[in-house]
Design a protein around this ligand. Sequence first.
Ligand SMILES: Nc1ncnc2c1ncn2[C@@H]1O[C@H](COP(=O)(O)OP(=O)(O)O)[C@@H](O)[C@H]1O
Ligand SMILES: [Mg+2]
Length: 401
Amino acid sequence: MSSAIHIEGLSKEYHRGKIRRGDIRSSLSSWWTGLGKKKEAFYALRDIDLDVQEGDVVGIVGPNGAGKSTLLKLLSRITFPTKGRITIHGTLSSMLEVGTGFHPELTGRENIFLNGSIIGMQREEIARKLDSIVDFSGLEAFLDTPVKHYSSGMYVRLAFSVASHLEPDILLIDEVLAVGDQDFRKKCMARLMNVSGQGRTILIVSHQMSYLRELCQKGIYLHQGQIQHQGQINETIQHYIQHFGQQKNISLQEREDRRGSGVVRLTHIEVTDTDGHSLPVVASGQEVVFTLRLNATKEEYDVRVQMEVYNMYGQMCFVANNTVSNHSLPNIRGEHKMQCTISRLPLNAGIYFVNLNIYASNKLADEIINVLELNVEPGMFYKTGNLPKANTGILVEYRWE
Ligand SMILES: Nc1ncnc2c1ncn2[C@@H]1O[C@H](COP(=O)(O)OP(=O)(O)O)[C@@H](O)[C@H]1O
Ligand SMILES: [Mg+2]
């Protein structure tokens, strides 16, 4: 067997506080961190060595912020290494986050041809595939519409159809199966099984362990920019879950995977009801209180706390920030308790992860990724006796007339 991807000593350094283009999640946090005007360098990936053999189907797992997307972006040359080398044998096509890979001004049809020609296919070859691509995507009515007018669901349909029907030697897929309805996801899975059966090399990032178990033979577990484990997929997932479970049991004081100066630190975080009773599980629409304790080592000014809630697929659902809501903290010193009450939790049933950042005088004081896991059960957000449908995004209040 020969090598499809060879990576040696790969590192990628980013700077916090730089304006990032592209996704909403990063613009939001860069807007916020931008208030600090401080550029702090850190490694999103550090000293990665990796060999992927031709025909391998590899699942990449790891918590939010582990560097999974960065790895795929480096492989598809959307961004470039700070250090190290990547050697790729064969043609490569990728479906990364919505917003990459297609030209917004071009129509769906034009983008199909463009993508095909990028991986070196002849026009006639692409034309021959066109029908099956369009058919799979279900977008025939929008084929001559510029993709900038597509919804994110339509975009993903097209991206998946293109990437899986054109015939690159290597296919990179980042999370995208998460977008779209259950039926389309099933169709994508079947399609991927088919493609992997043709001996193509596939790297797929997903939080859906069941998909990965079905699809992949091998796995890579990334954590804080480094490979924590690689091997057979089941074994890799086992490691990930174990480590994740352990991390959950580590008390906040013991967690060292933090960034920031430490002048103010989070010492406790918990979800409770309004009477202060701890809630291991919450329900959609329930009133919940996030109770935080901070410790400031000396007098600190202008302390800003931001809680970011992500779904299993790494998509940001909402942010609660004490500055936007005008609840600025006075100068604090020593222990300080804060509470953030959400009167109707707008989350559908599922598992969510919370990241927390604290800034003091415009400087990052503490950042903890996955500080809390939120287990949300179906609940009466709409108070109608009808439960919201699963996988339909965030819950909002509305009125039909
Ligand atoms: N363009 C960028 N500029 C600065 N920081 C970034 C950029 N892209 C990603 N990061 C940061 O790099 C780290 C790894 O991100 P990412 O690769 O997206 O992780 P994952 O996909 O595993 O959730 C995160 O801390 C993220 O905030
Ligand atoms: Mg990602």
